[in-house]
Design a protein around this ligand. Sequence first.
Ligand SMILES: NC(=O)c1ccc[n+]([C@@H]2O[C@H](COP(=O)([O-])OP(=O)(O)OC[C@H]3O[C@@H](n4cnc5c(N)ncnc54)[C@H](O)[C@@H]3O)[C@@H](O)[C@H]2O)c1
Ligand SMILES: O=C(O)C[C@H](O)C(=O)O
Length: 448
Amino acid sequence: MSTIWGASDVDAAAARSATLRVGPRDIVTPLARERARELGVTIADADTADRPTTAPPVTPPSSGTTDRAQGTRSSATTAGTRRNGSSSPSSSPMALTPDLDSAGSVHSMRPPSPALFRRGAPLPGGLSSGSGVADGGPSRVVVVGAGHVGMIAAMRLADADVVDEVVLVDIDEGRAAGVALDLQHTAPLSDFTTRVRGVGTVEEAGPADYVVITAGRPRQPGMTRADLVSTNAAIVGDLARRVAATSPRAVIVVVTNPLDEMTQHAWTSSEFPSSRVLGMAGVLDTARFQALIALEDGVGRARSVDAVALGSHGEEMVIPLSRATSAGRPLPQVVSQARLDAVVDRARGSGGEVVGLLKTGSAFMAPGMSAARMVLAMIRESDEVMSAAVLADGSYGISDVYLGLPVRLGRRGLREIVTIPLAPEELAALRDAGERIRERLGAMPQAS
Ligand SMILES: NC(=O)c1ccc[n+]([C@@H]2O[C@H](COP(=O)([O-])OP(=O)(O)OC[C@H]3O[C@@H](n4cnc5c(N)ncnc54)[C@H](O)[C@@H]3O)[C@@H](O)[C@H]2O)c1
Ligand SMILES: O=C(O)C[C@H](O)C(=O)O
């Protein structure tokens, strides 16, 4: 039997021994070869005399995800097809070979190669026409809220050219239609074939594979995210129920603030399995930390920083420095503890810093790109470890509350919560974040 080796297998090999051993009939994807060139990983024939003595890749100690609708625990993902209609590598070892060290811990949280995001790359692809989950119709991503975050997310999604349709929905229908038309005009500039529509309701948008909810009020200077709760809970609750009716098999990605509470609210309102309701904040918070620490002397490029932001999207954000590296070197060996602490604080407060500078509205470029990145990771089954707000399932000693945890996503949403070793104080801070979010949920108005 032949095995398909993907870019994430190369990442795992880079973390272990800088050599990827493949069998004579195995297929190494072009992206994996490109990734190997980037990382200096040798692709060697496993049948040669110097056969590796290292253990084969192992399946992670997944705690699985709870599928409430079915009452079962599942980490399955759905096979998909590429945009060109051929079979996707969803059964490839990309899904089975995490970058774990022999202790079963995550060795690297490095984002995948930019090669994974290059248009026209043969593997993995997008969703083919006719693969739309709801009706066998067009593959479709619906972005609810054609405001600042929504339009950036839609732009990235259209530009990626991996779905038939991106539909913007806004109660201000003219805005949705105008932004959509403006975006459609960029098709020759960005060279995409995705159609872009703008409508006033999720019902008009039609059944979707993925729904990104950015609708709601942003905060203004002097406000906390929590100040948005009653206004936005009413919007998100209503939208989640209507999305569930229109797109019963969609994966929902919530962006609206306060993020952790709104994601849990969308889950209960939609009555979807928790694996299909995710929140976007960790990708953004991680990017902010990477970007800001890269401004420090000696750190290098932001993408060479391997780190993850967990916990809440706010005061209880946890950035485990015990796991953070730059080009493979532990960050505390590169940057002084005082500077590290200052950068963590700045990353934690970055949303507020941007609000203060803009004076009206909040950040949207990095947030919109981060939301699109989550959707693209699912469509492309990139298999990267990223932070997302998910329903804690007992991992890290936390249960039944949405908060930022390291995850792998698949076509159908959450594939698994990844357990990474944390220092005792980091674990305590993560658990505290769960408790604080639970308290805020308890205080949330019930009628939304
Ligand atoms: N999770 C994160 O990391 C993150 C990052 C940035 C912003 N946000 C949040 O995202 C939300 C949107 O931010 P923004 O800057 O895009 O705001 P915005 O005001 O620019 O856009 C919001 C849009 O939602 C629309 N809208 C309101 N109610 C609606 C409804 N019921 N149906 C459809 N559309 C509706 C509005 O007409 C508006 O166009 C805010 O709550 C903000 O706090 C979260
Ligand atoms: O800070 C905000 O209110 C918006 C968003 O959550 C952000 O972090 O930029």
